[in-house]
Design a protein around this ligand. Structure first.
Ligand code: NDP
Length: 243
């Protein structure tokens, strides 16, 4: 049994609930020290407390560069240089192109795309101090194909896929790997009460996925099991994009 945190230090954005919470729990089980970072302070603090040792919560709005610097400083202060960053925080805005206003479009880009840029940029010096690391960007099947009614989301998630490959090419020399994970329809607060689940009925595995299906892919990318994997994507979608 490993000592808590001896397998590295992870920051998980949007880690208070949904996929992020499942990722935080899984990485903690894998022996990493996990810093849960979110704007949902009460939920994040409760989750960190429930994990116990080798877990901490910090407030982080991923669109704010200063808050990113504070979050990385927090992680370093409580546990040491960051070795894993999971850029998971994301939002969706459902509106067709003709009705969509510029502010709503920019907000999704700001959280889903600029947030990932700021996270990758801010964490690099810390990962270099750790002599390497793994950045895992949560994109979507909306970053592989496209859907109507969510053009800002699709734009942001395709961007994340491309940014992942560009960053992988720059950061390989530091031993930093960068990959993206592309969930299909997963049962979380983001999709509950929507008609998303109905979209799964014709896919090979005809049901929504669970957050821990995504956490398993993240765990692979977060550990040395994937030490020769960088600049690529893992699609976890029940076969949706195979159709
Ligand atoms: P949830 O909405 O359940 O959780 C996302 C978390 O991110 C929430 O706690 C949310 O807080 C937080 N968040 C939102 N904006 C910010 C911000 N600016 N800074 C920090 N945290 C923020 O979503 P999911 O767990 O479903 O999704 C997680 C990721 O997976 C997202 O990137 C999403 O796009 C992606 N994904 C999800 C799919 C699914 O079917 N669920 C499918 C494909 C991709 P708040 O409630 O305040 O917004």
């Amino acid at each position: 049994m490993s000592t808590r945190g001896d397998r590295g230090v992870a920051i998980v954005t949007g880690g208070a609930r949904g996929i992020g919470a499942s990722v935080a729990e899984r990485l903690h089980r894998e022996g990493l020290f996990v810093v849960i970072a979110d704007v949902l302070d009460a939920e994040g603090q409760t989750l960190a407390a429930s994990l116990g040792d080798a877990s901490s919560y910090t407030h982080l709005d991923v669109t704010d560069e200063h808050q990113w610097a504070a979050a990385v400083a927090h992680a370093e202060a409580v546990s040491g240089p960051v070795t894993v960053l999971v850029n998971n925080a994301g939002i969706v805005h459902n509106q067709r192109l003709e009705e969509l206003d510029e502010a709503s479009y920019r907000k999704v880009i700001d959280v889903n795309q600029v947030g990932v840029f700021l996270g990758m940029k801010t964490v690099v010096p810390s990962m270099r101090r750790a002599s390497g690391g793994s950045i895992i960007n949560i994109s979507s099947v909306g970053g592989i194909i496209a859907f109507p009614g969510v053009i800002s989301y699709v734009a942001s998630k395709w961007a994340v896929r491309g940014m992942t490959k560009a960053a992988a090419q720059e950061l390989g020399e530091y031993g930093i790997r960068v990959n993206s994970v592309h969930p299909g329809i997963i049962d979380t607060p983001m999709t509950s009460g929507t008609e998303s689940a109905a979209q799964t009925t014709h896919q090979p595995l005809a049901h929504p996925g669970e957050p821990d299906d995504i956490a398993a892919a993240v765990a692979f990318l977060a550990t040395a099991e994937s030490k020769y994997v960088t600049g690529t994507e893992i699609v976890v979608d029940g076969g949706f994009t195979s159709m």
